[in-house]
Design a protein around this ligand. Structure first.
Ligand code: KIV
Length: 266
């Protein structure tokens, strides 16, 4: 695929190839994700933990998210660039959400925002989507609610859990979202939601039946080892490779073998 990915491309993928989404937080991670063929690059608020070293996603600010979205945007040509709205930037009122979402569209190259919440955020999602701001929803395990949940807990379990999940999913779709992230739910529940909705579902820890999959880049590349959830597959060990390279450099500097002739000017 060579054309720029838009929200229409993503909507059409409901009945086509699986959607490939990764998080990226800066120029190189976005560039390599683009070259690898990702359809969507999400500047996730997970950068709070994976890049900024916070314990949760709660502390990251609008200014920090804008800074990283601009950097990722410089490496992102073809994929759809989605900016994650940080905790506290959209929950107060639809107007607050609009003001901050509009900042992402005006002050960064993002073409869409993502926000967490189902029924309770439907009015806000409608406010944005009816005023030209494309929204990706996010339901199930919502990391910004970690303190409310008392930890990271799998959602959508049992009949009651499934009912809540389906209500949330329908509310997000009805409010005009063009796609929805399903996080941390049983695979059977993800299948039900995926069958029920006409917009694509993108899963993380939601099993194989979604219309697409997303992973946090630093998790899949082995660049974040504080905590690795069961659903993460490690496709590389770049953290170890980085440490090996820096150790080799330190050794050669200490021994006086770097720089050699080939790295020196006459
Ligand atoms: O912030 C993030 O990385 C996310 C993904 C887990 C979807 O929201």
């Amino acid at each position: 695929m060579t054309d720029k990915v838009t929200i229409n491309t993503i909507k059409d993928m409901k009945s086509g190839d699986p959607i490939v989404m990764v998080t990226a937080y800066d120029y190189p991670t976005a560039l390599y994700s683009d070259r690898a063929g990702a359809h969507i690059i999400l500047v996730g608020d997970s950068l709070a933990q994976t890049v900024l070293g916070y314990d949760t996603t709660v502390p990251v600010t609008m200014e920090e998210m804008l800074h990283h979205t601009r950097a990722a945007g410089r490496g992102c040509s073809r994929p759809l660039l989605v900016a994650d709205m940080p905790f506290g930037s959209y929950q107060t009122s639809p107007q607050q959400a609009y003001d901050n979402a509009a900042r992402f569209l005006k002050e960064s190259p993002a073409h869409s925002v993502k926000l967490e919440g189902g029924v309770t955020m439907a009015e806000t999602i409608r406010f944005l989507t009816t005023r030209s701001i494309p929204v990706m929803g996010h339901i199930g395990l919502m990391p910004q609610s970690v303190h409310q949940m008392g930890g990271y807990k799998i959602q959508g379990k049992g009949d009651e859990g499934l009912r809540t999940l389906l209500d949330d999913a329908r509310a997000v779709e009805d409010a005009g979202a063009y796609s929805i992230v399903l996080e941390g739910i049983p695979k059977a529940a993800a299948l039900k939601v995926t069958e029920e909705l006409s917009i694509p579902t993108i899963g993380i820890g939601a099993g194989p039946h979604c219309d697409g999959q997303v992973l946090v880049l630093n998790d899949m590349l082995g660049l974040y080892d504080q905590f690795t959830p069961k659903f993460v597959k490690r496709y590389a060990e770049l953290g170890q490779e980085m440490q090996r390279a820096i150790t080799d450099f330190a050794k050669e500097v200490t021994e006086g073998t770097f720089p050699g002739e080939e790295h020196s000017y006459d």
